[in-house]
Design a binder for this molecule. Structure first.
Ligand SMILES: CCCC/C=C/CC(=O)SCCNC(=O)CCNC(=O)[C@H](O)C(C)(C)COP(=O)(O)OP(=O)(O)OC[C@H]1O[C@@H](n2cnc3c(N)ncnc32)[C@H](O)[C@@H]1OP(=O)(O)O
Length: 328
């Protein structure tokens, strides 16, 4: 399953800021996360880059946290765009291979890394804009909810075929855990309640609902939706191209990325102390509650996920996922 990797921070200058990326010492040489910063504008971009689905492994959680902390430690940076190098998947949530037949030493470490990701992202001094280009199920939805602003693709790209037969790509977002025979942890479920309100969340959690973009917008799960039809070259926004990592340069004329960039720029202009103080007003109590129950939460998760019946469900779910992928 997971190869042991070591996050390594490499810095180099680029344009008006500096670029850093996390390299792995693994054989595949994959960069889990790519970070770029523009000190003049005060904004950064954190691109998740764990093919095929940006699923959250222990190492991926740690790489996002370290990257975010590095951006936070730069006083010139006020906002960050969280994006994906995969145009069809924002994040597929937890790496299910962490949950199936887990190693007893690794499992609590994995869960702790997810808790830390929640604490670091939800409590970040930076304003985080989620650029949700593709699917965001389960912990992928959690990642988006822990941000300050969410822009989702309306999903009209990536169609196959032509004319009336053109197959539309429609991304979805939601906490679908019950469909896997598991329940979202309390702090994750509460984030949904805080985002879309009690009744909508109660129903969505029970049903494991994955919302298409228009429904997600209407219930407030995302703040905006945007087409991804690339605009004409003249619509390119100054600064965006430099901020995009080399693997995503073609996104400079993507209206969704442009909207995310404008929102991040707007956040960066708000007096930081006032913005951070107002963020604490709404988030601090939730963060405190989570810290107070953190060990209990880990023990509950490890006990729950290792139950025979839960393992059986998860194995069946992963097999179905793999065979669906093979049939493509
Ligand atoms: C016990 C308490 C814990 C509670 C907390 C749970 C939170 C979680 O996050 S649980 C994980 C929930 N995640 C999911 O249910 C998502 C599963 N994936 C999908 O639904 C789809 O893959 C997708 C909608 C994200 C994308 O669909 P698409 O058709 O574009 O791609 P696929 O062919 O399905 O997948 C591509 C590739 O990615 C692998 N993959 C997908 N999701 C995961 C994942 N969560 N973990 C690991 N790997 C994943 C999939 O197997 C394919 O890989 P291969 O081509 O190598 O088979």
């Amino acid at each position: 399953m997971n190869t042991v990797i070591r996050s390594q921070l490499l810095r180099f200058s680029v344009g008006r800021g500096q670029q850093f990326r996390f390299s792995t010492a693994a054989a595949n040489g994959n960069d889990l996360v790519i970070g770029t910063v523009d000190e003049t504008l005060g904004i950064a971009m954190l691109t998740m880059n764990r093919p095929p689905a940006n699923s959250l492994s222990l190492e991926m959680n740690e790489a996002i946290c370290t990257s975010l902390k590095t951006m936070e430690s730069n006083p010139k940076i006020q906002s960050v765009i969280l994006s994906s190098s995969n145009p069809k998947i924002f994040s597929a949530g937890l790496d299910v291979s962490e949950l199936v037949s887990p190693h007893p030493d690794r499992l609590p470490k994995f869960w702790n890394s997810l808790q830390q990701l929640y604490l670091d992202l939800y409590g970040s001094r930076l304003a985080v804009v989620a650029a949700i280009q593709g699917h965001a199920p389960a912990a992928g939805c959690f990642l988006a909810m822990a941000c300050d602003y969410r822009i989702m693709s309306s999903g009209d790209i990536g169609g196959e075929g032509g004319g009336d037969m053109k197959k539309r790509f429609v991304p979805t977002i939601g906490l679908n855990e019950t469909q896997l025979g598991i329940a979202a942890p309390p702090w994750m479920g509460q984030l949904l309640v805080r985002t879309i309100g009690f009744r909508q969340a109660e129903l969505a959690l029970a049903m494991g609902t994955l919302f298409p973009p228009d429904r997600a917008l209407s219930i407030g799960l995302v703040d905006a939706i945007e087409s991804e039809q690339h605009g004409a070259e003249s619509t390119i926004i100054e600064g965006l191209s430099e901020l995009l990592p080399s693997i995503s340069k073609d996104q400079a004329s993507n209206p969704l990325m442009q909207k995310a960039f404008k929102q991040a720029t707007t956040f960066a202009k708000i007096p930081p102390h006032a913005r951070v103080a107002s963020k604490l007003v709404t988030r601090q109590s939730h963060i405190h509650d989570m810290i107070a129950t953190r060990d209990e939460d880990t023990a509950h998760f490890c006990g729950f996920v290792t139950q025979e019946a839960v393992q059986k469900n998860l194995i069946a779910y992963v097999e179905a996922m793999k065979s669906k992928s093979k049939k493509k």
